[in-house]
Write a protein that binds this ligand. Structure first.
Ligand SMILES: [Zn+2]
Length: 423
C-alpha cells in the first residue's frame, strides 16, 4: 500500500490538471434548413447547444442565442444527430490490403495503434460520433488506450464502446498455422466455468464496455461454421457480464449458434448470415437485435473476385439475401453496423447504402437505425436523438437524408460534445 501511494497521488494530480485545462465550449446556435431529430424531419427548426449538451431544439424563431454564442447559418443543410457505427474494428484495415492472419501475426501493436488513430479520425470525419468497436483482433487492450486518447482530446475520434480482446472457445479461432506451433490468437481463449468467469472479469477489469463472444466459427479451414461454446458457457458469460453492467454481443451465423446466444440473453447478434425464420422470431421474442453487417460479406466477396451484377452470385451473397428476407419478415430489430475494418474506415456509410439499395429498407428506416435505434439498442440514452439534455453530437448534410441516404456522404459539419470538429 505504501509503495502504491505515490502513484495514486500522481494520478490524482494529472486528472485534476486535465480537468482544469478544459474549458466549456461556447454555446452554438445552429440554423439549418431542416432538423432530423432521430425520428422525424422538421423544416425550419434550429438547435442550440450549451457546453457539451443540447440546450434547445425547435422552430428557429423560438430559439435565441445567448450572449457569447456562436451562430452557424446552415442554409440548404439538414442537421441530425451524430451517426452511430454499430460494428467496427479500428485496429483492423481492409483484408485486400493485408490478410487478417498477417495483420494479427506480422504487424506490431505499435503499427496497428498508429493506423487506428488514423481510422478514428476518418470515422469521425465521416459523421460517426460514436462507434461500437467489437474486438481488437489480436491487439490486446489497445482499444482501451485508444478510447482514452480520444476522450482526453489527444486525437480526434468517435466516442468508443470497446470490447477489448473478445472471447473464443479454445481451438475454434485463428490464426491457424502448423499444428506444431502455437501462435497468438485473434481473441482470448476461455472455456468452462472457472475459465470463462475469469476471462470475462479480466476483460471488464481492463476496460471492456462490452463483452464480445464468438458463438460459432469455422473450426478448420474450408469447413462451415459450427457452434463453439455450450449453452451453459454462454449463459455464464452473459450472467458474469450483466452483473458488472456490461452487455454481451455474439458473433454468430449458424442457426444453433444464434439460438444459444439468444437464449443466453445477448444484446445483439452480429452477422446472422444463416439465420432461419424460427431463430429470427426467437430473437424478436427475446428482445435480441440483429446487426447484419451486409457490407462485410459484400466486401469479402469482392476481394475474392466477385463483381456486383455478375451471375451467378456467390453462395455467401445469395444466402445473405435469403436470410435478410427472413429477418425482415420476422420483425427482429436491426442495428446498423458494417464490420468496418474489413473495408475502409471512413467508408462506414456502405452498410446503410446496401440496406437501402439491396435489401429494401427505406432511407428513413436506416437513418433512424444509424441514430435513435442504434442508441436505444446499445443502451445509450444520452445520444442518437436531438433533444434538450442529450450530448451535443451533431452533423449537417445537404438536402434531405430521409429521402436519399447518399447525402450522408457529404458531411459539411461535425460537432462532438458541443465542439465543432469539422466544418
Ligand atoms: Zn467484426
Amino acid at each position: 500500500m505504501r509503495l502504491l501511494w505515490p502513484f495514486a497521488t500522481a494520478l490524482l494530480f494529472s486528472i485534476t490538471g486535465a480537468a482544469s485545462a478544459q474549458t466549456s465550449p461556447p454555446a452554438l446556435l445552429l440554423r439549418p434548413a431542416a432538423v432530423f431529430d432521430g425520428e422525424t424531419l422538421h423544416l425550419g427548426w434550429a438547435v442550440l447547444t450549451e457546453g457539451n449538451r443540447i440546450k434547445a431544439v425547435g422552430p428557429a424563431a423560438q430559439l435565441q442565442a445567448p450572449t457569447g454564442a456562436r451562430t452557424l447559418e446552415l442554409p440548404g443543410l439538414t442537421l441530425l444527430p451524430g451517426l452511430i457505427e454499430g460494428h467496427s474494428h479500428l485496429l483492423l484495415h481492409p483484408y485486400n490490403e493485408t490478410p487478417w492472419n498477417d495483420q494479427v501475426l506480422l504487424e506490431s501493436e505499435a503499427l496497428r495503434v498508429a493506423r487506428a488513430t488514423v481510422h478514428a479520425r476518418q470515422t469521425l470525419e465521416a459523421g460517426f460520433t460514436t462507434a461500437r468497436d467489437l474486438g481488437t483482433e489480436g491487439a490486446g487492450y489497445a482499444d482501451v488506450g485508444l478510447k482514452q486518447a480520444i476522450d482526453q482530446g489527444l486525437i480526434p475520434g468517435p466516442r468508443l464502446l470497446v470490447a477489448t480482446r473478445a472471447l473464443v472457445a479454445t481451438g475454434s479461432y485463428g490464426p491457424k498455422l502448423s499444428v506444431d506451433v502455437d501462435v497468438p490468437q485473434g481473441a482470448q481463449e476461455a472455456d468452462g466455468t472457472d475459465g470463462i468467469i475469469r476471462a470475462v472479469r479480466e476483460q471488464i477489469g481492463k476496460g471492456a464496455d462490452i463483452i464480445k463472444v464468438y458463438a460459432d466459427y469455422r473450426w478448420g479451414p474450408n469447413e462451415p461454421s459450427r457452434p463453439t461454446f455450450t449453452q451453459e458457457e454462454l449463459n455464464l458469460i452473459v450472467q458474469t457480464a450483466r452483473s458488472a453492467g456490461r452487455p454481451v454481443v455474439a458473433h454468430a451465423s449458424t442457426p444453433e449458434g444464434m439460438r444459444r446466444a439468444t437464449l443466453a440473453g445477448v444484446q445483439t447478434i452480429e452477422h446472422g448470415d444463416g439465420g432461419t425464420l424460427d431463430v429470427f422470431k426467437l430473437m424478436k421474442q427475446r428482445g435480441v437485435a440483429l446487426c447484419p453487417t451486409v457490407a462485410a460479406g459484400d466486401a469479402i466477396s469482392r476481394y475474392r473476385g466477385w463483381q456486383p451484377g455478375q451471375v451467378p452470385e456467390p453462395e455467401r451473397i445469395r444466402q445473405k439475401r435469403e436470410s435478410m428476407r427472413l429477418a425482415l419478415q420476422s420483425g427482429v430489430e436491426l442495428a446498423v453496423g458494417g464490420d468496418v475494418g474489413v473495408f475502409q474506415h471512413g467508408d462506414n456509410l456502405r452498410e446503410a447504402e446496401h440496406l437501402v439499395q439491396n435489401y429494401g429498407l427505406s432511407p428513413l428506416q436506416v437513418l433512424r437505425g444509424l441514430t435513435a435505434t442504434n442508441a436505444r439498442l446499445f443502451q445509450l440514452p444520452d445520444r442518437g436523438r436531438l433533444q434538450p439534455g442529450l450530448l451535443a453530437d451533431l452533423i449537417a448534410v445537404p438536402g434531405d437524408p430521409t429521402q436519399d441516404i447518399k447525402t450522408l456522404r457529404q458531411i459539411q459539419l461535425v460537432v462532438k460534445g458541443g465542439v465543432v470538429v469539422k466544418e
